[in-house]
Design a protein around this ligand. Structure first.
Ligand code: C2E
Ligand code: CA
Ligand code: CA
Ligand code: CA
Length: 278
């Protein structure tokens, strides 16, 4: 093709139109997904050292599109956030997660349930009231629910985030800071929020045994958590070597493929009961 300005211009407008169309397509499809039951919540185990018992699960959204197959959250969550659809979707995830936790409780299986919150949810109405209404209305207990936030919650609205989180914390919910160590100002807000736990980002865990910088950061995060009286969990643990390293650091809890991938509730139920796999 000819390399002149006009061609480039046409190329870019075509490119932009295509992106806009893809967005619109995805937005409409996502609306349908929620209405037509294409969404499912998977659960990933969180285990405690030293014995590696499952103490919690994280609820992770899955989308089975009838033609596209599995769409990864990395692709559709940003669209859900831009369009505001994350508000009804986030509510739906919380209801599903509570209902599942209650089913397990009825079987005598106690697990903490961690649910992800998007910064967009903090900008719509009374999030603390909404969450509390859903959880207590269903008969679940705030003390057994953990809300995972990322730094974007604080960056998008520092004051409203702090007020909302403070209320939720007072009502008994546990608050975890996700992806810790990846943001810009991690240390400046850590003391201003009512946090119970920090999650060491999987990027540090990935090469914890091979990269001295990653292991130094992981070790510093564990030490900081301990001195601030926060719980700490490492994400993305895939190998026995990573497990042993984190054990030496005296990290309290671990999450990652080594202990279980995100999977449907039935499969997690079998893990919790200690049934043989299958
Ligand atoms: P996240 O909250 O940081 O979730 C952890 C991600 O790491 C999950 O990806 C999980 O499947 C993946 N993971 C867990 N263990 C390992 C491991 O050992 N190795 C590797 N390589 N990956 C591991 P997933 O399920 O694709 O979710 C991606 C992101 O989408 C989540 O990151 C979260 O930010 C977002 N997300 C998922 N479900 C929800 C939801 O219900 N609400 C909101 N607001 N965001 C969600
Ligand atoms: Ca998370
Ligand atoms: Ca994370
Ligand atoms: Ca993440």
């Amino acid at each position: 093709a000819k390399e002149n300005g006009r061609d480039n211009y046409q190329f870019f407008t075509r490119e932009i139109n295509q992106q806009v169309n893809e967005r619109l397509l995805m937005e409409n499809a996502l609306r349908q997904a929620l209405a037509q039951g294409q969404l499912e919540v998977y659960y990933q185990p969180q285990v405690a050292l030293p014995g590696l018992a499952i103490v919690g699960v994280e609820a992770l959204l899955r989308w089975h599109h009838p033609e596209w197959g599995m769409v990864s959250p990395g692709r559709f969550i940003p669209v859900a956030e831009e369009t505001g659809l994350i508000v009804p979707i986030g509510e739906w995830v919380l209801r599903e997660a509570c209902a599942q936790q209650l089913r397990w409780r009825d079987e005598g299986l106690a697990v903490r349930m961690a649910v992800n919150l998007s910064s967009v949810q903090f900008q719509h109405g009374d999030l603390a009231g909404l969450i509390t209404g859903i959880v207590t209305g269903m008969g679940a207990v705030p003390e057994n629910i953990e809300l995972e936030i990322t730094e974007s919650v604080v960056l998008d609205c520092a004051d409203c985030a702090r007020d909302t989180l403070t209320r939720l914390h007072e009502l008994g919910f546990s608050i975890a800071m996700d992806d810790f160590g990846t943001g810009y100002s991690s240390l400046s807000y850590i003391n201003q929020l009512p946090l119970d736990r920090i999650k060491i980002d999987q990027s540090f865990v990935r090469d914890i045994t091979s990269n001295p910088q990653s292991s130094a950061i992981a070790s510093a995060v564990v030490a900081m958590a301990r001195s601030l009286d926060l719980q700490v969990i490492a994400e993305g643990v895939e190998t026995a070597e990573q497990l042993e390293y984190l054990r030496l650091l005296e990290c309290e809890e671990l999450q990652g493929y080594l202990f279980g991938r995100p999977q449907p509730a039935d499969a997690i139920g079998r893990l919790l009961r200690g049934d043989p796999p299958g």
